[in-house]
Design a binder for this molecule. Structure first.
Ligand code: ARG
Ligand code: ZN
Length: 875
């Protein structure tokens, strides 16, 4: 059953108010809802029956305007409650019985570690009560929660607390009221034994806001970073967007069993513990940065998502792409802008480019789905953010801000569409976005080629750019897109030239943004004294693939580009070309060694004192195996791994002394902080350690690794050392892993790291080790973090073993998908995705992957979630 964007219809009924009552018990929950409803004056069918969504509910009472209805007045099927013949306006009371304790799907109302919590986006609310569970029905909510006072002392919902008290039998209640109309997916309830860390923030208009972060007892020591991030986000959103918080209270709750990262429920964000808890001992710098960005992301949704929500789920990128762009910019302002951009592009390439090239490729505004949960994708989120970034680039900061202001002026309090957003941007700025809209409807990554001409006599340089997008499922013919290209021209010394396009009166300094709107387009620059070196798509100004550039040029840009992103990018592209050449040579049985000039260039990078440590760490890292695979027509799994490792070893061997000196220079033992500078130094130190750790016979290097594993005081450093040991077949490996587990077995998020570490090892026998780990007492498929730590770490972080030629990795993954299909379909579908990426593997692996997809498709009781991904992957 496919849902289509083209079939959107206004709701026949509106809900003005919802009064919810939850009776929470150890054996289940009773939910009573009182809906104040009326027919939608805008509907096309004034006599339509009321069709409410509901799943896995036991309906015990329906009453219309206070009178209980007999079961001849309504019908119930597996997904609906239908009431015909209703008046213009009425109140409807519905009572349902549910079993949160048995809810393993982690959507709707469920329990995690004995506490009650909810996840309603996208369609979880229908697992709580019958409702118009669609984002364009906005209602005012009041919520009363009743539970045992001793066992469930904390009772939370959206909005403001408006009452509390005790009842007989040791029970108590709390009532919450949310003054802002909202769709059901933003509803939240949390009830349990929790402790709060409190703080406050005063808005720019002087309103004090209470901030509370709730955790289980013992975890309250790990929320200071999240709290600091929250306050920084609140200040940033006022300053950058003029968005001020609108309730008197903002709460975050940390939950261990959570399918996704976090959820922006109005006034009551619910977070995966992995994205809120952080301490020096238990979290890496990467974890700290993710906490900061996800806290910001969910907070930013208060305006971009909650105040202005989505008309339907096809518009998901309206809130997600925009909010990811906002959190990326926040992180760039809080930390290092270039390093943030590099990380964001790395991520886009690692997770979105393969999606765009695979069987579930879809535009950022999909046109159809079977299960909406499958469309919380890197395309909707990360590519969606790139699309907003391109609008920002085309309009400029001022035009973009005017566009945002107009968007809010027009749509605050509404359920809007992507088209509404683009129209506001266009109307406010005067920039024509007609062609640009194709980014919303066309899937696939455009490929760009560049040709140059240089007329020395005329001082004229021309650049001809051509774009093409390969067909994607359901979209055989692609149209040209409106692509912003940020360009710099460099002179022979590597300095930025003044740029004057033919026809312009004056040359302008620095980076210029050109609009590529045709399939093939020529740009002419005049008034040049010598042949310029172009630096194309500075800052990654569009989510495209640029055809390979000449090597000398890449080497030049790697050494000189003033745009730090492109300097990094030139190094990556150069390395990719060299490594792919190595893969081809290895395949042909030819000898290959890494170009010594590249090694020299890396050496110069390491010695460049003017560069930021974090940038050097990024620039010295070779492109990852999946990035390299992405550039091959037929992926050579072993070849990529072998050549990349050989290149790493060559660099480490040649630059050993320099790496050692740099390691020592960046080894701070002072007080801990997560400033960009401190994080950068740790990143560089550990990049050096990773390289030195490859020198197997080097006693000094090995001692360094072992010492760091044993004595480091931050999780970043401990894990960096263990990552080296992970891939070394020495007795100290097992000792270090055992010691780590013994020390951290009571910290679930650290145990996740322990599983993930072993799942990403390159050593032979890794799959058997993973299989053994599935029988470890600490392993469970029921906790999504734990399941992902072992299974997705293999499938997404260990190509060598996941793509083992005998198909054993695929069979293992399919077994896990089938085991999760019943209990947690959403997670099952998500871990299945890598099995669909068979297109560019050799025939043997293709057949093995398809066979596992077929095995999944043949299984009984397949969930909608798993069916959709498996069927589309097999097609
Ligand atoms: N809106 C949440 C976030 O970004 C994600 C919720 C995803 N939920 C789901 N069932 N797929 O920020
Ligand atoms: Zn989001």
């Amino acid at each position: 059953r496919t849902v289509r964007l083209a079939d959107y219809r206004l709701p026949d009924f509106l809900i003005d108010a919802v009064d919810l009552h939850f009776d929470l018990r150890e054996d289940g929950a009773t939910v009573t809802s009182r809906l104040t409803m009326r027919r939608n004056p805008a509907t096309s069918d004034p006599a339509a029956p009321l069709v409410l969504d509901g799943q896995d509910l036991r309906l015990t009472r329906v009453a219309l305007d206070g009178e209980a209805l007999g079961d001849n007045r309504y019908t119930v099927d597996a997904e609906h409650l239908t009431l015909p013949g209703l008046p213009q306006s009425f109140t409807l009371e519905i009572t349902t019985e549910i079993e949160p304790q048995k809810n393993t799907s982690l959507q709707g109302l469920y329990t995690s570690g004995g506490n009650f919590c909810t996840q309603c986006e996208a369609e979880g609310f229908r697992h709580i009560t019958y409702y118009l569970d669609r984002p364009d029905v906005l209602a005012r909510y009041t919520t009363t929660i009743v539970a045992d006072k001793a066992k469930v002392p904390v009772l939370l919902s959206n909005g403001n607390p408006v009452g509390a008290g005790e009842t007989e039998g040791g029970r108590h209640w709390a009532k919450w009221e949310d003054p802002f109309p909202k769709p059901s997916y933003l509803f939240a309830l949390v009830a349990g034994d929790l402790v709060a860390v409190e703080d406050s923030f005063t808005t720019r208009s002087g309103r004090p806001i209470d901030l509370k972060i709730f955790t289980r007892k013992g975890d309250e020591t790990k929320v200071s970073h999240a709290m600091r991030s929250l306050k920084a986000s609140m200040a940033w959103d006022e300053q950058a967007y003029g968005f001020e918080y609108d309730l008197d209270l903002f709460m975050i709750v940390a939950v261990s069993d959570f399918n996704m990262g976090a959820m922006e429920n109005k006034g009551l964000n619910i977070f995966n513990t992995a994205l809120v808890l952080a301490s020096r001992e238990t979290a890496t710098d990467g974890d700290f940065q993710r906490v900061e960005s996800v806290v910001a992301h969910e907070y930013f949704h208060n305006w971009t998502g909650n105040r202005i929500t989505c008309r339907d789920w096809f518009q998901l990128s309206l809130k997600e792409g925009l909010t990811v762009f906002r959190d990326q910019e926040f992180s760039a302002d809080e930390n290092s802008r270039p390093v943030q951009r590099i990380a964001d592009v790395r991520r886009l390439r690692a997770i979105q480019f393969p999606e765009d090239a695979g069987p579930i490729a879809h535009p950022i505004r999909p046109e159809s789905y079977i299960e909406i949960n499958n469309f919380y994708t890197p395309t909707v989120y990360e590519k969606g953010a790139e699309v907003i970034r391109m609008i920002h680039t085309l309009l400029g900061a001022e035009g973009y801000r005017k566009g945002i202001d107009l968007y809010v002026e027009r749509h605050d309090g509404q359920a809007a569409t992507c088209e509404n957003f683009v129209a506001a941007m266009e109307d406010a700025s005067g920039v024509d976005l007609t062609l640009f809209r194709r980014w919303y409807s066309q899937a696939g990554t455009p490929e760009i080629t560049a040709e140059e001409e240089w007329d020395a006599a005329a001082g004229r340089y021309s650049l001809t750019l051509a774009q093409a997008t390969a067909p994607t499922p359901g979209q055989p013919d692609k149209q040209p897109l409106h692509i912003p290209m940020a360009l710099g021209l460099l002179d022979a010394q590597g300095r930025d030239l003044l740029v004057r396009l033919a026809g312009e009166a004056e040359a302008k300094p620095g980076t210029r943004v050109l609009s590529l709107t045709e399939g093939r387009q020529r740009f002419v620059f005049e008034g040049l004294a010598g042949r310029p070196v172009p630096s194309l798509f500075r800052g990654f100004s569009a989510p495209i693939k640029l055809a390979p550039q000449p090597r000398e040029r890449l080497a030049f840009l790697f050494a000189h580009d003033s745009d730090p992103f492109n300097r990094w990018e030139a190094g990556q592209q150069l390395a990719a070309q060299l490594l792919l050449e190595g893969v081809a040579a290895r395949k042909a049985g030819r000898h290959w060694t890494l170009d010594p000039e590249f090694v020299t260039a890396v050496g110069r990078l390491l010695e460049d004192k003017a560069l930021d440590a974090a940038f050097v760490a990024e620039a010295m890292a070779l492109p990852g195996e999946s990035f390299l695979a992405d550039q091959m027509a037929v992926i050579d799994v072993e070849g990529i791994h072998a050549v990349r490792e050989a290149a790493r070893l060559a660099i480490a061997t040649a630059l050993r002394d320099c790496l050692l000196a740099l390691y020592r220079a960046n080894d701070d033992r002072g007080p801990f902080d997560v400033s960009a500078a401190a994080v950068g130094r740790r990143a560089l130190k550990n990049a050096c350690l990773a390289a030195l750790g490859l020198l197997q016979g080097d006693a000094e290097a090995t001692t360094l690794v072992l010492d760091q594993a044993r004595t480091a005081s931050t999780m970043t450093d401990v894990l960096a050392a263990l990552t080296v040991l992970r891939d070394r077949d020495i007795p100290e490996r097992a000792e270090a892993l055992e010691a780590f587990y013994a020390k951290w077995q009571d910290e679930p998020l650290v145990v996740d790291k322990w599983f993930a570490l072993q799942a990403t090892s390159a050593l032979p026998g890794t799959l058997d080790a993973i299989k053994a780990l599935t029988r470890h007492p600490a392993f469970t498929l029921r906790n999504p973090n734990r399941a992902r730590a072992l299974i997705s770490s293999l499938a997404m972080g260990n190509p060598l073993h996941f793509h083992a030629a005998d198909g054993s990795g695929y069979a293992f993954l399919a077994d896990q998908v089938l085991a999760l299909n019943g209990p947690n379909p959403q997670l099952a579908a998500r871990i299945l995705v890598p099995l669909g990426r068979w297109q560019r593997h050799e025939p043997g692996r293709q057949a093995a992957m398809k066979a596992e997809l077929d095995r999944i498709l043949a299984a009984p009781d397949l969930s909608r979630d798993v069916y959709e991904i498996a069927a589309k992957s097999r097609a």
